[in-house]
Write a protein that binds this ligand. Structure first.
Ligand code: CUA
Length: 263
């Protein structure tokens, strides 16, 4: 059979077009990593979110290496937490659920965009290479203040990121001549050991203690403060651990001389 040259050309051209269309659709479905939400992330009872292992205390958790998990609870009309901070050069898995109605969790300028359905957990893993700031917004109409439902995602340089928490227990008042204790609790949210120094400054004196906090644990640092070094009156104190700071005031009173001091 003899096919006319023009007819042959048209046949080939239409074959090329068909293959091209299929390739485009395949790339669109697989290439940019677009996925539908499914029940991969599991389910959760919306009325028991507060007691849930993951969503009871939502936020950023270190998994190990450069991997992090972020649990987010959406509700009318906010996200908890509303501001998320993760380090650059990390792989972050988001777990998002809703307390009430259907919302979305959309990170503007990225391909993070999922529906958030009550009872379901939407799960997605994203890599963040560079420090940046993103807005989080809700794309699903969820009531009168839908348009105000927003959050923030900050990808910070690795050396600015930490999951350390500092809390300090100190007495308000101590009698002159007595010793007292200021206790700093250092919580390490990373899986790796944290080696650092806790510093207490009070009345011109500086106390320093080295501390190693195991991964996912906390450690108490006790400073014995001798009032022999302090005059009567109010003394501001500051406890510092890395970039974290807590401060307060300790009053040294003199009750032995009949209480005519101004404490
Ligand atoms: Cu939540 Cu719109």
């Amino acid at each position: 059979m003899n096919i006319h040259t023009y007819e042959k050309a048209w046949l080939i051209a239409s074959m090329v077009l068909i293959v091209g269309f299929i390739a485009t659709i395949t790339y669109g479905a697989v290439g940019p990593g677009i996925a539908m939400i499914d029940d991969d992330g599991g389910s959760v009872d919306p009325s028991e979110i507060n007691d849930h292992e993951r969503f009871g205390d939502p936020g950023v958790t270190h998994v190990g290496g450069n991997e992090y998990e972020v649990a987010v609870v959406a509700q009318a009309w906010s996200y908890t937490p509303s501001e998320i901070e993760v380090p650059a050069d990390s792989e972050v898995t988001f777990y998002v659920t809703s307390r009430d109605v259907t919302h979305s969790f959309t990170v503007a300028g990225t391909n993070i965009n999922t529906m958030v359905v009550p009872g379901e957990v939407s799960e997605m893993t994203v890599e963040f290479d560079e420090p940046d700031e993103y807005g989080i917004l809700c794309n699903e109409y969820c009531g009168e203040s839908h348009h105000t439902m927003e959050g923030k995602l900050n990808v910070v340089p690795e050396d600015e990121f930490d999951l350390t928490e500092l809390s300090v227990e100190a007495p308000d008042e101590v009698e002159a001549g007595n010793e007292t204790t200021v206790t700093a609790t250092v919580e390490n949210g990373m899986q790796d050991d944290l080696e650092t120094t806790a510093t207490l400054e009070i009345g011109g004196e500086t106390y320093e203690e080295d501390v190693t906090v195991p991964g996912d644990d906390s450690e108490d640092v006790e400073f014995a403060v001798d009032t022999a070094d302090l005059e009567e009156g109010d003394h501001d104190w500051t406890v510092t651990v890395d970039d974290h700071e807590e401060s307060g005031t300790l009053t040294v009173s003199n009750s032995t001389d009949g209480g005519d001091g101004d404490a």
